[in-house]
Design a protein around this ligand. Structure first.
Ligand SMILES: [Zn+2]
Length: 223
């Protein structure tokens, strides 16, 4: 694991570095890669205290190993209130994705089993010193985690800092075929840009430590 901010470590959950990220924030594991990520995640967590697992959103490349990790580590599962039903019942993840061959492909290869949610998170809750923000669009119950004191933002898939098909770095909106409501997602991106974060940590791609670059990208998005 690599420390990317005070008390925040980056984990790779996939063989390509930075392609599918998770983060350990104090003792909270945020996101869990794919159904093939369990061993890779457990290896990186060795020697670290993990007491809770939380999700940015219930999609197959974030909840894939959630069930196995919660069982293995004996820790509770915290999910945004409007994604909690999907985190418990992956059929709902399927139903809420756009009907597109790529969405079906990712579901088939990555999705993990459901797992009972112990706590439903919503705007204003606190997780490991971060404030929970509701940022729907990429999923109904998508969350971001914001620490105002040093401007660290964990934004899941509201935006990506890699092209998920080519692997080239750069800021992008999430793929439309994996995003049920792109207009709502852009509203969420503008809400996050208004915070003027100093460090932005993504579900996909490396960190952005340039506030202007991030804010300018969001400003240029269509309404
Ligand atoms: Zn994702």
């Amino acid at each position: 694991m690599k420390q990317v901010a005070d008390g925040v470590w980056h984990l790779d959950t996939f063989f390509l570095p930075n392609s599918i990220n998770a983060y350990l924030v104090d003792d909270v594991l945020i996101d869990a890669g794919t159904s093939h990520s369990t061993t890779k995640i457990l290896k990186q967590l060795q020697g670290h205290r993990v007491n809770t697992h939380a999700l940015t959103h219930a999609h197959p490349d974030h909840q894939g190993a959630s069930h196995e990790l919660c069982e293995n580590l004996g820790i509770p599962f915290w999910v945004g209130e409007r994604d909690a039903d999907a985190a418990e019942n992956p059929d709902l993840i399927r139903q809420r994705q756009p009907s597109h061959p790529m969405a079906r492909f990712y579901l088939r290869i990555f999705i993990g089993p459901g797992h009972p949610v112990d706590r439903k998170l919503s705007e204003g809750d606190e997780v490991a010193g971060f404030k929970v923000l509701d940022v729907p669009g990429h999923s109904a119950g998508h969350l971001a985690f914001w620490r105002e004191s040093d401007g660290v933002l964990i934004l899941g898939d509201v935006l990506a800092n890699i092209d998920q098909l080519t692997g080239f770095p750069g800021l992008h909106e999430p793929k439309p075929y994996l995003t049920p409501d792109p207009v709502e997602n852009r509203r969420s991106a503008r809400k996050l840009a208004a915070l003027e974060p100093k460090v932005v940590l993504f579900g996909h791609g490396g960190p952005v430590r340039n506030t202007k670059k991030f804010v300018d990208f969001v400003d240029a998005l269509p309404a």
